[in-house]
Design a protein around this ligand. Structure first.
Ligand SMILES: [Zn+2]
Length: 279
């Protein structure tokens, strides 16, 4: 996968220098009578480790040049450099090297790059350009939580059953708003959302702590897009939802594809083609 921003061929490594590559070439096997290779979960997790702070930027209505996108991120005053590479004509891979940069770029949801809006999704190893990720950062409020639980690890423990806690809002971290604790959490919109958690002390009475999620986005499991529920889906088989806009979308796609073709050096892989093979 092209990480962009660099032409180095060095293998990815963890922060402590441990390589993320496999220790040996996998032995080929068979699946339904044809050649196959089966990776273990541990192996793919290892391979995916360098991308744990990776995001996918999606431009649905045209996009700036790759150079323009890179320039945009260099003006954001981020902690570290973000590597930007093209996944296809409307998706870019944004590889952050710090959790802070990752959270800042992801939780904003939508960035405006000149006249082009870019939505941001968390990259996961099941990411596919035809499916928007169902993972979304959402603010969770814990109303009337007893104030001694306003501790990062305590809050993260209370919220763990909901999904992965990301970070506290500044008033919660500083303890200046005892009425409500607020934490940004990663929610999987395809899973039922837990609305309360039992909090107890060993040998003492406990209490149900309500978890209120603010502005949870809608997600459609029929066309794999954010913005509407499956009951509201207007999918027409091809996955294009907005009738009347369809021609415009197709024109835009053709224009975008032409732009990508101009950016790819002669002899390199074309979108949808076989990598590295040229006639
Ligand atoms: Zn839909």
């Amino acid at each position: 996968m092209a990480a962009g921003g660099s032409s180095t061929a060095a293998l990815p490594t963890l922060a402590d220098g441990t390589p993320c590559s496999l220790s040996a070439v996998k032995t080929a096997t068979r699946y339904k009578g044809e050649a196959a290779v089966i990776f273990s979960k541990a192996e793919v997790d290892k391979l995916a480790t360098p991308f744990r702070w990776a995001l996918v930027g999606k431009f649905s209505h045209g996009r700036p040049s790759l150079e323009g996108i890179r320039k945009f991120f260099s003006t954001l005053n981020l902690k570290d450099q973000v590597s930007v590479g093209l996944l296809d004509y409307r998706h870019v891979l944004l590889k952050c090297s710090t959790e802070q940069d990752f959270n800042r770029i992801w939780t904003r949801g939508m960035w405006q790059l000149g006249k082009y809006p870019m939505r941001v999704f968390r990259w996961t190893r099941d990411f596919h350009v035809m499916k928007e990720s169902a993972l979304a950062p959402v603010w969770a409020s814990l109303p009337a939580l007893p104030i001694h639980y306003f501790d990062k690890h305590s809050l993260f423990s209370i919220l763990a059953p909901v999904r992965k806690p990301l970070f506290l809002d500044s008033a919660t971290a500083a303890g200046t708003r005892p009425s409500v604790a607020r934490v940004c959490v990663e929610v999987d919109l395809l899973k039922p959302i837990c609305s309360r958690v039992w909090v107890a002390v060993e040998g003492e009475l406990g209490f149900w702590q309500n978890i209120v999620l603010e502005d949870t986005p809608k997600y459609c499991s029929a066309c794999w897009r954010l913005g509407h529920l499956v009951e509201e889906c207007k999918k027409d088989g091809a996955g294009v939802m907005h009738k009347g806009k369809q021609t415009l979308v197709q024109q835009q796609e053709a224009a975008d594809a032409a732009e990508v073709a101009r950016e790819i050096p002669a002899g390199a892989a074309k979108p949808g083609g076989i990598g590295g093979q040229s006639p």
